[in-house]
Ligand binder design. Structure first.
Ligand SMILES: NC(=O)C1=CN([C@@H]2O[C@H](COP(=O)(O)OP(=O)(O)OC[C@H]3O[C@@H](n4cnc5c(N)ncnc54)[C@H](O)[C@@H]3O)[C@@H](O)[C@H]2O)[C@@H](O)CC1
Ligand SMILES: Nc1ncnc2c1ncn2[C@@H]1O[C@H](COP(=O)(O)OP(=O)(O)O)[C@@H](O)[C@H]1O
Length: 294
């Protein structure tokens, strides 16, 4: 029998993000986000926009789609680069505080090479989402690399599967995952040794060091393509600031999950959704809520 999970209660930690008057972008974290294969560049741009609007000092996109790997006039703050097979060297040069990989990544050879490089990058917080999770579910070698990273650097990797991705990781079905979400998250934590966010209604978060906690906020208006990409960019932004603001990856993940769901609820209260609620609107509402809670 799985006990009822605790309710996530992390928004009070947002005050740790408050900036001292002399702080600068070097204190706010350098985030590298990897993904955006042809046809899915938007996923990486959404993650990047979330990262930027939630306060990262630098947001760098390693974009797999050559046609989209150029400055975005509507969001020139994003540093958009073309991801190449020498990604390991690019990461070494960038010296990020956080890496996030997956939004729109696809499953090409280049995608796989990027994931190997991200998993090999030592010690810093790493957020793994979307197709990066699908690649791990299809490769015992990548799964082993993830497990080894977690042995070497416990608590520094978070996976954010939706129920479909969770099913692939567990070699199961979406229906089985959803029929006992508590059992599923325990299995995911055991398999991957990571912090795991099992998305969907009443998102669960757990890790080898933490029993599951549940987010009761959120609504079905969040069922719009790109909403999960926003969560990925948000975790990365808060973890990036957390490096110098005493917020660890477990806490950053909880804050982002709760802020994301509360922002969507707040928009619905204002009549923006649930039908037609967009990920881009949710980013701006998250920024507004975060600044109110500082
Ligand atoms: N603007 C863009 O370019 C977008 C690109 N995207 C990318 O598209 C790729 C494919 O990802 P998708 O997730 O769209 O497609 P997938 O085929 O990976 O997963 C979708 C399936 O997962 C299951 N599922 C998901 N959430 C569920 C829930 N809450 N309850 C029950 N079942 C659930 C359902 O079976 C659903 O059909 C990813 O790389 C992703 O990042 C998406 O993020 C959408 C936006
Ligand atoms: N009915 C719901 N209630 C609460 N949250 C939801 C609901 N449906 C979706 N969400 C949230 O919306 C996000 C969707 O993420 P995901 O499925 O990865 O989207 P995408 O891959 O399109 O970016 C997750 O954070 C999930 O928890």
């Amino acid at each position: 029998m799985n006990p009822i999970p605790a309710t996530l209660d992390t928004l009070k930690l947002i005050k740790f993000l408050k900036r001292e008057p002399a702080e600068h972008k070097g204190n706010a974290g350098k985030v590298v986000l990897i993904g955006g294969a042809p046809g899915m560049a938007g996923a990486l741009i959404l993650a990047g926009n979330a990262c930027l609007h939630l306060g990262a000092g630098w947001t760098i996109l390693e974009m797999l789609d050559p046609a989209s790997a150029r400055a975005d006039a509507s969001q020139p703050e994003l540093m958009i680069r073309l991801a190449r097979l020498d990604i390991q060297q690019s990461l070494a040069n960038a010296k990020p505080d956080v890496i996030a990989i997956g939004p729109g990544l696809g499953k090409s050879e280049l995608a796989s090479c990027c994931l190997h490089a991200a998993l090999a990058y030592p010690s810093i917080p790493l957020v793994i989402d979307a197709d990066a999770l699908n690649l791990i579910s299809e490769s015992p070698e990548l799964l082993k690399q993830l497990q080894i990273r977690n042995q070497q650097f416990p608590g520094s990797t978070v996976l954010t599967p939706h129920p479909g991705e969770a099913a692939k990781l567990l070699q199961s079905t979406t229906e089985k995952v959803q029929s006992d979400r508590m059992k599923s998250i325990h299995q995911l934590v055991e398999l991957t040794q990571s912090i795991v966010v099992l998305k969907g209604q009443h998102t669960l978060i757990a890790s080898p060091a933490h029993p599951p906690a549940q987010c009761l906020a959120g609504n079905p208006g969040m069922g719009t393509g790109g909403m999960g990409d926003v969560l990925t960019g948000s975790i990365a932004a808060i973890a990036g600031q957390g490096v110098r603001h005493q917020i660890n990856l477990w806490q950053a993940t909880g804050i982002a999950v709760e802020l994301h769901a509360c922002a969507a609820d707040s928009l619905v209260t204002k009549g923006v959704g649930p039908i037609g609620l967009t990920p881009s609107e949710t980013i701006l509402e998250m920024r507004s809520l975060l600044n109110k809670l500082l």
